[in-house]
Write a protein that binds this ligand. Structure first.
Ligand SMILES: Cc1cc2nc3c(=O)[nH]c(=O)nc-3n(C[C@H](O)[C@H](O)[C@H](O)COP(=O)(O)OP(=O)(O)OC[C@H]3O[C@@H](n4cnc5c(N)ncnc54)[C@H](O)[C@@H]3O)c2cc1C
Length: 426
């Protein structure tokens, strides 16, 4: 076997999505030698809604990304919610902790850009490297990874005292460490497609649909929630998601459902049928509410989707991938400054502990929320009675998008922060 061993890093990061690139960026900024391994070649597509809330924008700013319109970003002011016969435009809240705008950008160049930020900070990016599993020492501690290089699939090992798994929803690397996903946590499935739609391509709001009607039978409500996000480049990203708390989960043809729903939208939007479709309908799972734990074990930290960090309340995953990536970086920097052994392990355990403090209570509430909205009757009543009340909906937006000030917030912030504190962390 033509196997090479490369011993050149303090930390190996597996996966250069938003989580891995954020972790790599922040660690490189602190002077660590970072090896960022990615199985694909950039630029590459990633199935996503491409919508970024102010929470994600804050993380981009922390990575030194210029998010101005001049730099090609489409800004949005908030969320447009459609349901219960009401169409409500809710601006992102004005907060000390978060910017008051969101963004849209295709993952085709978004992920490439973030990986390049990590490289500019000093990380070594290797693409075309398919990581196949961890390298373990005699105590079962990860001390590197095994991979197959390029089209020839040449086997190779990379060694480092710490490995970060940022390999997305498949989570093959944590799985190889024995960390299976937990079935008692929420999970979603979502599908999306691009359409050429000059009528809808430029939008100041991210648009979210609480009720989806079938084109074949307008009286029939389809399960799930939809979105139409203008991309600013003549196209829209239209998609829908469904949660495992819904009876229809796993029993529905999601692609057919997307086509059926879009068939009911106004003709001039251009979303009916195949004519304006740009590419196929693609889908993937959304692992939510910490569905893979612990987030640190035996030399391996889990970041983003790999650790099941999608927000159950709104399906947003990019911000949480980047935020957990930054937190993992901060902990790694401190841990690697200590001698290997119990002292370093103690420092590394701060990562799951801090994640739990930040998101554990909130995700617990999210789990309850997912169960409630899985019931179509509850959802119908909530939409009918909630949507006509803008103040209530502003509260709901803050709650669902997890946008509050931790201190000095308004009454809504204090209620939400209080609720997440009293909910037992998952
Ligand atoms: C249809 C859909 C719509 C969505 N819409 C939104 C949205 O609008 N906004 C939002 O915030 N979130 C959205 N999400 C969720 C979001 O896409 C994810 O939460 C986010 O991409 C997670 O980032 P990550 O870095 O953890 O993982 P990923 O983005 O999945 O990145 C993982 C990386 O690891 C690489 N990799 C995997 N395995 C290996 C391996 N063995 N070796 C080397 N590299 C490997 C992959 O190629 C990839 O580059 C959506 C998801 C879906 C499915």
């Amino acid at each position: 076997m033509n196997e090479t061993v490369a011993d050149e890093a303090d930390v190996i990061v597996v996966g250069a999505g938003p989580g891995g690139s954020a972790a790599a960026y922040h660690m490189a900024k602190h002077g660590l030698r970072v090896l960022l391994l990615e199985k694909t070649e950039f630029p590459r597509e990633k199935v996503c809604g491409d919508g970024l809330t102010p929470r994600a924008v804050r993380q981009l700013v922390r990575m030194g990304v210029d998010t101005s319109e001049k730099a090609g970003w489409l800004h949005n002011r908030g969320l447009r919610v459609i349901g219960g016969g009401v169409r409500l435009e809710l601006d992102w809240p004005d907060l000390a902790s978060f910017p008051n705008y969101g963004l849209v950008r295709t993952r085709l160049d978004f992920d490439d850009m973030l990986a390049q930020r990590a490289v500019a900070a000093g990380a070594l990016l290797r693409t075309g490297v398919n990581v196949t599993g961890p390298v373990l020492d005699a105590d079962g501690q990860a001390i590197g990874v095994e991979a197959k290089l390029g089209p020839a699939k040449e086997p190779v090992q990379y060694r480092a005292p710490l490995v970060i798994a940022a390999d997305g929803v498949s989570g093959k690397l944590p799985l190889a460490m024995g960390l299976a996903k937990r079935d008692d946590r929420p999970i979603g499935v979502a599908v999306r497609r691009y359409y050429r739609s000059p009528a809808r391509a430029n939008d100041d709001y991210l648009e979210s649909w609480l009720e989806l009607r079938s084109a074949q039978d307008r009286d029939r409500l389809l399960p799930g929630y939809g979105w139409i996000f203008g991309m600013g480049d003549g196209r829209v990203n239209a998609g829908l998601g469904i949660l495992n708390s819904s009876d229809a989960f796993g029993k529905t043809n999601y692609r057919a459902m997307l086509t059926d729903w879009l068939g009911s939208t106004p003709e001039d939007w251009g979303l009916r049928g195949e004519e304006n479709a740009d590419g196929p309908i693609l889908g993937a799972a959304l692992p939510m509410g910490f569905n893979r734990v612990p987030h640190y074990t035996r030399g391996m930290m889990l970041v983003g989707d790999s650790g099941g960090m999608v927000n159950p309340m709104n399906g947003e995953g990019i911000a949480y991938a980047m935020e957990s990536g930054e937190l993992a970086a901060e902990v790694a920097v401190q841990a690697l400054a200590r001698a290997a052994g119990p002292d370093r392990e103690r420092a590394l355990r701060a990562y799951p502990a801090e994640l739990k403090i930040r998101f554990g209570g909130y995700y617990r509430l999210g789990g309850v929320f997912v169960k409630l909205i899985g019931n179509p009757q509850i959802m119908r009543v909530a939409t009918k009675h909630g949507m006509p009340h803008p103040t209530l909906m502003r509260f709901v937006l803050k709650l669902l998008a997890n946008l509050t000030d931790p201190r000095d917030g308004d009454a809504m912030d204090r209620i939400i922060n209080g609720l997440t504190k009293v909910a037992p962390a998952v």
